[in-house]
Design a protein around this ligand. Structure first.
Ligand SMILES: [Zn+2]
Length: 370
């Protein structure tokens, strides 16, 4: 940590510039959270900072704090201070017993998250801030894993997905060593942990206002989604389920209902851009919608969005994201309804009212051996 107080309650922030001044002081420094005495440290590797004594029980002890985390807090606070923001580094909030990495204008709690922790901890922290009318802003401090065509994100990283009109679904990564924020935007799920996305680099050499202008300019820059061949996609799905999921609840249900994965209509099991919003596999929730909803309708019959949304909610487990409500998952249902409209299965006749145009067809047997 960078902040400590003396016996009189005055606060001190350790910086490269004042380190010798602080070292010359004979009064001890104390932790603003637990009151324990602190040691001033300045090595060659880490930035000057305060540390608890070994074996401390203080939960804000920074002994586990990495160089990256320390540097990140410092770079961010410097960048915000230059722009005239009021910044409190490591602000200890007594009433909720939390320490915000940065408190900006007394209103925003900025957290630079480098380590992977259980998502429930992030949610608790978020709710604590909200209860104090503080707006949490999370920046990820982890590496971005990029493959040839896609990015790979962990479940932990997905907790930080945000959404805006200009950027669609996006993730922010702060890289203090490079003094920049990387934004991966217009995320589209490619299946499992893989995503397609566009990259926008926001260097700390520019102000927040300039960043906002860069973000505004992104609009319309989105790439068209690569559409896999549906027949091939189904072959892969059959192979995958036979190999890894043959004993799953879903395969049992399918078997008992007298169906085989191979023969399900091709509009069941579609990988959509927003699939990441739920944990439930595409073929599983789409099968449930088909068997319990679409297949029970006659051609020409009308149905309300409300009715299908209710069915959808019953068959998916939504992804927990810090900034989303659970109903965000319905964006995936809307995408699926648009897809079915494109395939002329249904048509939206008025706002939130649909008509079934045709039934989804069973797939015929493979002709390869004939
Ligand atoms: Zn402490």
């Amino acid at each position: 940590m960078f902040t400590a107080k003396n016996r009189q309650g005055d606060y001190f922030t350790a910086t490269q510039a004042n380190i010798s001044h602080l070292k010359a002081k004979t009064d001890p420094f104390f932790c603003p959270a637990c009151g324990e005495e602190l040691i001033l440290k300045c090595g060659d590797i880490k930035l000057p900072h305060f540390a608890h004594k070994r074996g401390t029980r203080c939960r804000f002890s920074s002994e586990g704090e990495t160089k990256k985390h320390l540097l990140g807090k410092k770079e961010l606070s410097r960048w915000l201070l230059y722009q005239g923001f009021e910044v409190q580094l490591e602000s200890f909030l007594q009433t909720i017993n939390r320490q915000a990495d940065l408190l900006v204008n007394g209103k925003y709690a900025v957290e630079f998250q480098c380590s992977t922790v259980p998502p429930s901890q992030l949610l608790e922290r978020t709710n604590d801030y909200l209860s104090k009318k503080l707006i949490p802003i999370w920046l990820l401090g982890q590496d971005i894993v990029k493959n040839k065509f896609s990015y790979a994100f962990s479940n932990f990283q997905l907790c930080f997905i945000r959404k805006s009109e200009e950027l669609g679904y996006y993730l922010l990564f702060f890289q203090p060593e490079k003094r920049r924020i990387e934004c991966i935007h217009h995320l589209a799920h490619a299946g499992s942990k893989y995503f397609f996305g566009e990259r926008l680099v926001l260097p700390l050499a520019i102000s927040i206002k300039e960043m906002q202008l860069k973000i505004k300019a992104v609009k319309g820059h989105r790439r068209k989604r690569y559409q896999p061949h549906r027949e091939i996609e189904r072959e892969r799905l059959c192979y995958y389920y036979a190999k890894y999921k043959s004993r799953s609840h879903f395969m049992q249900e399918l078997y008992h209902a007298g169906f085989s994965l191979y023969h399900l209509p091709l509009q069941v099991g579609v990988q959509l851009d927003k699939q990441f919003l739920v944990h439930t596999a595409p073929v599983e929730w789409q099968f449930s919608l088909w068997i319990h909803f679409f297949d029970r309708l006659e051609v020409g019959e009308h149905f309300a969005y409300r009715a299908i949304a209710e069915r959808f909610r019953a068959c998916v487990v939504p992804l927990k994201v810090l900034t989303f409500q659970d109903y965000e998952a319905e964006e995936l249902l809307k995408e699926y309804l648009l897809y079915l409209e494109e395939k002329e299965i249904l048509v939206e006749i008025s706002s939130c009212n649909y008509r079934l145009k045709r039934k989804m067809k069973w797939r015929q047997h493979s002709q390869i051996f004939s």
